[in-house]
Design a protein around this ligand. Structure first.
Ligand SMILES: Cc1cc2nc3c(=O)[nH]c(=O)nc-3n(C[C@H](O)[C@H](O)[C@H](O)COP(=O)(O)O)c2cc1C
Length: 395
């Protein structure tokens, strides 16, 4: 359809047209003067500014709950998950005892956080502006946190739904436009792989001396903290071997100065080239790394240098170790290289393993990853076979 004639905004039409724009659903809460919780469901919640941290929502002038929120010293925003439609309905019912069946706990300010929501944002009201039959309310963010992974509740064309796309693609920041284009070629294969193996599948690119998570296909029954598109990790030994193993210049920078550790690193890179995949196995520090990266994403900065500290503590021997077929391992991630005309352009990785795997099972998943990565290599004009045989520096 190419309808070029519009009509003037008559209420029903206005709602229908604007209903084409999907929103998440949040609940704005506060305590009334007696200390009882009040709340309202809003689709108009939005992030506004990072510096200073500001958010906004738009209450209707007719709302009976908003005046109570306006009088409170703080309000809290809880972001609802796809399984919280009932909470949304309760919070959208005028005049009801909205919290009679809703669990909550206090945010640092005391304002209620809806239990089991995806995330909460604790705010101090900053500014209010009249806007027709609504108000625009700006709040300063005091504290915020994520509570659990999961798809959000989505409101679209007057109905509730979930977030249905099988994979997420990073937003095109300037330095990753080209890697994102390449990752786009891998997307349907990644979705197939995530379904087939019931694992999270990632496309990871190299930008300068960092790896960047470009695209994610969720496993159908994800129960891990999901990876983030856009998340960057520096290539610091022992992380990033797939991007180092076929690149002599990077290898020289990556190997640790200590001779014994460097020899271990070279042996690990040889194994990566022979296998054509890399593997990270269990290490407490790996959990710390994921936590530090998560923190970094939430806070947007690494003030205490925790990421660098954690990366230095990662033990090399648990990255790309020799594997015994009948020994079991706590596998964190497996990654295979995608070769373009200029060497390794992407890594296709899987994570979210629920069980420990033995060496033979890891090999089988590795073989499946190679097949997928080679298919992408062919699509982007690389020759996996030739590249994989490229001799390395230390020969
Ligand atoms: C998905 C959804 C989104 C909503 N978004 C808003 C909103 O942005 N602003 C608003 O004032 N009301 C919104 N509402 C309506 C209020 O949640 C609710 O009807 C109202 O707060 C209940 O009346 P009360 O404020 O008098 O308690 C939304 C309702 C739903 C179901």
């Amino acid at each position: 359809m190419n309808e070029r004639r519009g009509t003037v905004p008559e209420p029903r039409h206005f709602r229908d047209v604007l209903g084409q724009f999907p929103t998440g659903v949040a609940v704005v809460t506060a305590l009334d003067p007696d200390g009882a919780p009040v709340g309202m469901a809003v689709g108009s919640f939005s992030s506004v500014s990072l510096d200073p941290p500001l958010v906004a929502f738009m209450p209707a002038r007719t709302s009976s709950t908003y005046p109570v929120i306006a009088d409170a010293p703080h309000f809290c925003v809880s972001i609802l998950g796809a399984d919280q439609e009932e909470v949304c309905r309760a919070m959208a019912t005028r005049g009801a005892d909205k919290f009679s069946e809703i669990d909550w706990f206090p945010a640092p300010s005391g304002a209620p956080i809806i239990a089991d929501s995806l995330a909460w944002i604790d705010c101090t009201p900053a500014w209010t502006h009249e806007a027709g039959d609504h108000l625009i309310v700006l709040g300063t963010v005091d504290q915020l946190a994520e509570l659990r992974p999961g798809p959000p509740l989505v409101f679209f064309r007057g109905g509730y739904g979930g977030f249905a796309t099988a994979s997420l693609m990073a937003a095109p920041e300037r330095d990753i436009v080209e890697p994102i284009r390449l990752a786009g070629r891998a997307r349907s294969l990644m979705e197939d792989l995530a379904k087939e193996l019931d694992l999270e599948c990632l496309a990871v690119g190299a930008v300068g001396e960092q790896s960047v998570c470009l695209a994610i296909a969720d496993s159908p029954s994800a129960d891990y903290i999901p990876s983030r598109v856009g998340y960057r990790t520096p290539f610091v030994f022992p992380v990033g071997s797939v991007f180092v193993a076929w690149d002599p210049a990077r290898t020289a920078l990556w190997l640790p100065a200590d001779a014994a550790r460097a020899a271990g690193g070279e042996a690990a890179l040889r194994r990566v080239r022979d296998r054509r995949w890399s593997v990270a196995t269990g290490d407490d520090h790996y959990d710390d790394l994921e936590r530090a990266v998560g923190q970094l994403l939430i806070q947007g900065q690494d003030d205490d240098g925790s990421l660098g500290g954690v990366m230095n503590a990662l033990r090399g021997e648990q990255f790309d170790p020799p594997l015994e077929p009948h020994t079991t391992y706590d596998v964190r991630m497996l990654m295979a290289p995608v070769f373009g005309p200029h060497g390794v352009e992407l890594g296709i990785a899987v994570r979210g393993f629920r069980n420990h795997l033995d060496g033979a099972e890891i090999e089988a998943i590795g073989a499946r990853l190679i097949a997928a990565a080679d298919e992408v290599s062919r699509k982007i004009g690389g020759d996996a076979t030739v590249a994989a045989l490229t001799p390395s520096t230390e020969h």
